[in-house]
Design a protein around this ligand. Structure first.
Ligand code: HSE
Length: 349
């Protein structure tokens, strides 16, 4: 089965996804009968292409890795899609699935929410790693998708490609989640790890996280806890049946932690981690993000670098902890693939 795909945003995640398709298309076709054709790409910085017969991924990646604009793909031929905005591209392209991969704005969730609504109203499934729309409008967008017999998939919004949402569609289905607790921001976990293990300064570690593609466009969202907050809000609303907004949860980041504090508590047998948690108790739901001093024996204390971890307290299994990458180009690009494979799995039943 072949899926026509439109990419709205072609930064780190979009390019990671394209690299995976470039490497694995034969395997995906042979193993899952899953084939793709990229028919549109729209990126505010890099340019726009609308090619119904499909874009040559390798050629496009080569251009982008040389720092060229997307429309140089056409080698001087006129680009009819050149001046088009994302909303127009979503409407006009012949895609079955729109991958919404623009930057996250946690306060307004725009322009991503408008892109997603446009796609769902135009009969296109949506796959996204953008945390804004999922944190602020998950119920509304999911309802719109269901009403139109479409999928709104958000695996990449929490823990990049490490399975979280899709786990409860299969392996952990049937469990009720009582409590969720974890490390949900790769950048801050990377910074804390570098400061402690390599005696690196905060600024240097942050720059390194930005260079590796972990940090948000504005890293304040990472270091002040807004990114982890968005993720715990998404988990709360999807898994605990909540209807909370980021402003309903307590938030504190890591920027006030000094290297001295981090090194001193290590000697006392503790480690700081930015912990996001949510709980349902006697019908009321609470969520928060804050740096916590964990004993080194705590499984979450051993999670280092940009890795994330999440412990679910389940009614049937007790505690189940998953650990894996929480950020990165290929890691988040993979979440887009895994959601598309989940859609394919449903549609080919
Ligand atoms: N900035 C985010 C992080 C990216 O560091 O975890 C993944 O959501």
């Amino acid at each position: 089965m072949q899926y026509k795909i439109g990419l709205i945003g072609c930064g780190t995640v979009g390019q990671g996804f394209l690299e995976i398709l470039d490497k694995k298309s034969e395997y995906l076709s042979n193993t899952f009968n899953f084939e793709t054709k990229i028919v549109a790409i729209c990126d505010t910085l890099k340019g726009t292409l609308l090619i119904p017969e499909g874009i040559n991924i390798r050629k496009l990646l080569q251009l982008l890795s040389n720092g060229n604009k997307i429309d140089e793909y056409l080698e001087g031929k006129p680009n009819e899609a050149g001046g088009m905005e994302a909303l127009e591209i979503i409407e006009k392209c012949d895609a079955d699935i729109i991958a919404e991969l623009t930057y996250t704005d946690i306060e307004t969730a725009e322009p991503a929410t408008s892109h997603i609504k446009k796609a769902l109203n135009a009969g296109k499934h949506v796959v996204t790693s953008n945390k804004g729309p999922a944190a602020l409008y998950y119920a509304e967008l999911n309802d719109l998708a269901q009403k139109n017999n479409l999928f709104f998939m958000i695996e990449g919004t929490v823990m990049s490609g490490t399975p979280v949402f899709n786990l409860f569609e299969s392996g952990l289905a049937g469990n009720e989640i009582k409590e969720i607790k974890g490390i949900l921001n790769g950048t801050t976990n990377f910074i804390l790890s570098k400061m402690e293990e390599e005696n690196m300064d905060y600024e240097e570690a942050l720059r390194m996280a930005q260079k590796l593609g972990y940090a948000e466009a504005d890293p304040t969202a990472d270091v002040e806890g807004y990114d982890a907050l968005a993720k715990i809000v998404i988990l709360t609303n999807v898994f605990l049946g909540g209807n909370i907004k980021p402003s309903d949860a307590k938030r504190e980041g890591i920027s006030a932690l000094s290297k001295e504090e981090i090194l001193n508590i290590k000697e006392e047998g503790f480690r700081y981690k930015l912990i996001a948690s949510a709980k349902k108790e006697s019908g009321s739901i609470s969520a928060s993000v804050s740096p916590q001093k964990l004993p080194l024996s705590d499984p979450l204390a051993g999670v280092m670098g940009a890795r994330n971890a999440l412990t679910f307290d389940l009614d049937l299994l007790g505690n189940v902890t998953i650990q894996g990458p929480g950020a990165g180009k290929i890691e988040t690009g993979y979440s887009i693939l895994t959601d598309m494979l989940a859609i394919h799995h449903h549609l080919s039943k």
